[in-house]
Design a protein around this ligand. Sequence first.
Ligand SMILES: *[C@@H]1O[C@H](CO)[C@@H](O)[C@H](O)[C@H]1NC(C)=O
Ligand SMILES: *[C@@H]1O[C@H](CO)[C@@H](O)[C@H](O)[C@H]1NC(C)=O
Ligand SMILES: *[C@@H]1O[C@H](CO)[C@@H](O)[C@H](O)[C@H]1NC(C)=O
Length: 769
Amino acid sequence: MKLSTAFLLAQATSHLATALNEPSANQIQRRRYAKSSKSKGGKDPEPPAPEPEDPSPYFKRASNFFICSQQGASCGSDDATSAEIVAATPDGMTLIYTDASRGGVGRVDISDVNNPLGTGFFDVGGEPTSVDIHGDYAVVVVNTSDDYVNTSGELHVFSIADWKLLKTFQLGGQPDSVAWSADGKYVVVAIENERDEDLGDGGLPQMPPGFVVVFDTMNAAPAMWTQRNVGVTGLPGVLYPEDPEPEFVSINSQNMAVVTLQENNAVVLIDLATKAVAGSFSTGQVALTNVDIEEEGVITQVHPLTRLREPDGVVWADDFHFITANEGDMDGGSRGFTVFHKDGTVVYESNSELEYITASIGHYPEERSENKGNEPENVAVGMLDGKPVAFIVSERSSVIFVYDISDVTSPVFLQVLPCGQGPEGAKYISSRGLLVAAAEVDDRDIGARGVISIYDIATSEKPVYPYIIAPGIGWGASSGLSFGSNTKTLYTIEDSFYGKSRIFRMNAEGHPLVIEEAIRIMDTEGVLEAAAPGFFVNADKTVNLDPEGVTLDSKGMLWVASEGNGSAGDGSAPNVLVQVNMMGVIQKAVLLPPEIAAKKLKWGLEGVAFLDDGSDDGLLVACLQRAWKDEVHPMVLAWSITDNDWVGYFRYPLDKVESPNGGWIGLSDVSVHAGMIYILERDNMGGPDARVKKVYKVDPKTLSWNGEVATKELVYDLLPILKTVSQGLTPEKVEGMAVTSNGMYINNDNDGVDDYNGATYVSFIPLIL
Ligand SMILES: *[C@@H]1O[C@H](CO)[C@@H](O)[C@H](O)[C@H]1NC(C)=O
Ligand SMILES: *[C@@H]1O[C@H](CO)[C@@H](O)[C@H](O)[C@H]1NC(C)=O
Ligand SMILES: *[C@@H]1O[C@H](CO)[C@@H](O)[C@H](O)[C@H]1NC(C)=O
């Protein structure tokens, strides 16, 4: 019995709703995780001590292949490129992926899983939508339509040995997916003839109707193949029977194809031997238990919601059951996955579980609450440790959920894997026991590059990912970091992505870090409102700060550095240091000295740390992110808690920009250890463009706090370790640092999974300091 992260996440799922002051009514959770109990109301009990457990095999990400590297190893081109669907050669050594942005397919040598190598790109003269491989051949389906009405498409057959185009078949419509039967006898193409979302209200029906094309390959050379169309109009269970819109296809070992009709909330089964429709049924709807349906900047998973499943990806789990990823299209999207018997019976429904898991690992996409939540897009099956597993691909949370499906009627969550932004397809490579996943978002301006992630298996007590979990607490965008009264406790905070600021107390004793308490910052005594009227305090006395740094002072009070916004004099939010007690109630609010506040630009307070200067209550050291108006350097300021006054500031000399993509460099956090001031300095670049992620120190004994330019000394270059923990998807926003005698913790801000793949990495860097 494996508890580990699965157990802790299960705790999250079972009592998230309770933590949000709502009853939890998820029967599925109760049945499966009866072990997780919790007292109602009041404070959360201590989480269970981690149970001793034997190491077991888990998937772990070995590497990321950057699609842009096909155009130059350093990814120096801004051209959009992407990967959506990926297939592998039978020996598992080569991947073929579709790249709709560039209109072709790419090839990757993965014989060394830690070092994937691009080996070419091939134009296909249209928009490739899917690829599959069997034996000596690869089939690629290509949309060659100019519009939604006069639709056309092609199936290209390549020989994988020399990558020669052997034959092109006309499909007579716009293809969306292709699958090849395991015995090699049939190739099935779903011709969607997709709707024009901008035509009228985008609703169905929109002619021409889609259909399914079945190729009899007879395991022969492509010249021998025959093709036949299978009509799928007029079927029962389909919302718009005249316009089926076939989406995704999977074939079982009996050569029965299942095809999703996403917009029609239905599936159709086709017997490939006879080319006859064997059945069709509606995929129905799900009454979701407690999900988040409001984009108000708070993760509130308390609303029931009933939605059509509208499945996108589908895969057979065995010859009788298939799994759908319920992405949703027109009116639906039920935020989970379902296991159906081929007779149409639902044998398992994940309900809200994926939503809860994403919230507890910091991957809940709050900005998608009013749409389709984490949006499961696709599904694949494979094996782990001799057990069949399903991989559920979440497009908006940018993770892959791994479930044990030994019993298809009761899948058990095992682990979650990080991937690139916007994953579309996953493929298990049985010949090598590897998983690969393609993520399509590619936009160099926001630091997102399309990648194929490659996962192998390693034995460990806990999965490598996630690095932070929060049983029962939805979180994200964790910014600053600091130790509590000892190094077993870390504090972090959420930034302005969320509208009711919180501080998180984490148990740092094991992997992953566990958020044990969320402290909601409150201005019940009116302190912040008095200091900065009209900016931060919500009607319920919660506050909407932009917290970027946190620290604990000698009196057991927490201080939060909140970044202001806008430029000077336009009345925008001021930078402020806020002192709160352990209940979160604001005790003091400190604005910057007026002469410094007058220079305000964006990029204000980013970090705060407590420095014992020998006075009764000590000092706070707080850094600005970048140089303000008329300044060359960012300022690092000191506030005397003892004297209740500003001491002064020094100017911090930044490194030079080194990224080939330009950008800027600024300060991200400050920490104090053994009387030294440690400063985290970074550029605003991620992935292959990241260059400067460094920790420096400044000795306060050399400072007069009179505005002098300080001398800094390099302590550690974080780039190598960031590349290692992220397998090259280096996070841009390294924003938290906590330094102690045997090393330092660092973490990154995941931006609330908005315009970023949402990964939060925490590294402890052992150093004698
Ligand atoms: C592919 O399909 C869509 C709609 O069916 C169309 O608008 C698009 O231009 C197509 N063709 C190519 C080459 O991308
Ligand atoms: C339809 O598209 C084909 C190419 O895909 C083109 O040759 C033909 O002229 C088009 N017909 C119309 C009526 O636009
Ligand atoms: C500045 O912050 C305030 C308070 O948090 C917010 O209401 C306002 O929209 C922000 N303005 C800009 C320009 O970001």
